[in-house]
Ligand binder design. Structure first.
Ligand SMILES: [Zn+2]
Length: 387
């Protein structure tokens, strides 16, 4: 694999503006920005130039490409690789101007300092395409390979319109992780809880004794959430309650709380705790009312992956075959892979060689990007062995 080609592809991609837009995505518009569709078509042309013929860009701007198995390898399991085309909004909306530095025998790519870099996830796209190019030009025997480049991952809507019926692979990998050797196959279970407090508003001058203030009720409720189980007090495998938003008046106040836990058993306890806190507030303010709604967002992919252990085992082997020691890291969030796993296709996450995502300090290491690319090639070789 040619690391200069990998670098060139990566630099080309980060210069193409593809900020996604949460506001549009929340309205159900996908792609949320037209720039992502333009990028999708550029990627389509690039895949065509590699000699791949089976490529579509869907109406929602998913790039779907299928590479037929080499002769004699038609029975090897099909494997899919995913990366997302959008970069996160909100830090800067300026164009990314990549900078290159040589440090200790490595090539480090940064932004010009006033934007993110977009290695999340354009490093993943460059690595997948370079891996496929290597497999095709070096005629490395392979089973069927599928590629999906998706829009709007950063808005949380990356899998909303994924063409599930198009995917034939029974296992996929997102290439959307961080530093060298990191493998991610555990993520949070996630709920969004909406708590509505209903009071009885009155003129403040004549409120005594009958007024019930929904804002006061909400404040009491939030103070009951354990501070040592907040996002700012936890890391690693510890879950949390995160009050995200409070909005309302004396008559009605709404609180949104994110519940996160790696264990589904603990998640049930968190839900029960919220219900108990709500009940306590109801007792404290007998003339008011409290309603709780728990909305599931995504679940820990580990349980499904444990039922298909070879998907992670093969990835561990591929990382080792690329000459790297695997590093296991729980994801304190969700990925497109966790959504896809829930839809029935086990999808762990591979490192990209990018660091400090979603910040102006974001950078990527070309040596590590090359290793990510090599890991993808090794995975393709491993799946070809099961012909
Ligand atoms: Zn990402």
């Amino acid at each position: 694999m040619d690391s200069q080609k990998l670098l060139q592809r990566f630099l080309n991609y980060v210069k193409i503006e593809t900020y996604s837009c949460s506001e549009k995505a929340e309205q159900g518009i996908q792609p949320s920005t037209e720039s992502q569709r333009i990028f999708a078509n550029i990627l389509k042309d690039e895949l065509l130039s590699l000699g791949i013929v089976d490529i579509t860009v869907t109406e929602h701007a998913y790039v779907c490409a299928r590479i037929r198995a080499s002769a004699g390898f038609e029975n090897a399991p099909s494997v899919g690789f995913l990366a997302h085309m959008d970069i996160v909004e909100g830090i800067s909306d300026k164009a990314v101007i990549p900078q290159i530095k040589q440090i200790d025998g490595d090539t480090i790519i940064t932004s010009s300092g006033d934007t993110i870099l977009g290695s999340d996830n354009k490093a993943g796209i460059a690595e997948i395409i370079c891996a496929i190019e290597t497999v095709l030009t070096k005629q490395i025997p392979h089973g069927q390979i599928e590629i999906i480049f998706s829009p709007d991952e950063e808005t949380g809507h990356g899998m909303d319109n994924v063409p599930l019926s198009w995917i034939q692979s029974k296992q996929c990998y997102t290439v959307d992780g961080g530093g060298l050797g990191e493998i991610e196959f555990e993520c949070f279970n996630a709920y969004k809880t909406i708590v509505n407090f209903y009071g009885l508003a009155m003129h403040t001058g004549t409120a005594r004794p009958n007024m019930t203030n929904a804002t006061t009720m909400a404040a009491h409720f939030i103070s009951m959430l354990p501070q040592n189980e907040s996002p700012e007090a936890t890391d690693g495998y510890l879950g949390f309650y995160a009050p995200m938003n409070i909005c309302g008046s004396m008559e009605k106040t709404t609180v949104t709380v994110f519940l996160r836990d790696f264990s589904s058993q603990n998640m049930i306890k968190r839900i029960e705790s919220i219900n108990a806190f709500a009940k306590a507030i109801k007792c404290k303010f007998p003339n008011g009312n409290v309603e709780v709604e728990h909305i599931k967002q995504y679940e820990n992919m580990k349980e499904t992956l444990d039922k298909n252990p070879q998907v992670v085992e093969k990835l561990i082997q591929a990382v080792k075959n690329a000459g790297i020691e695997p590093v296991f890291k729980p994801i304190r969030g969700g990925t497109d892979g966790s959504r896809l796993t829930e839809m029935g296709i086990p999808t762990p996450n591979i490192f990209t060689g990018g660091y400090n995502f979603h910040s102006k300090d974001e950078y990527a290491s070309l040596n590590e990007m090359s290793k990510a690319c090599q890991t993808i090639i090794e995975l393709i070789k491993l799946y070809a062995q099961n012909k």
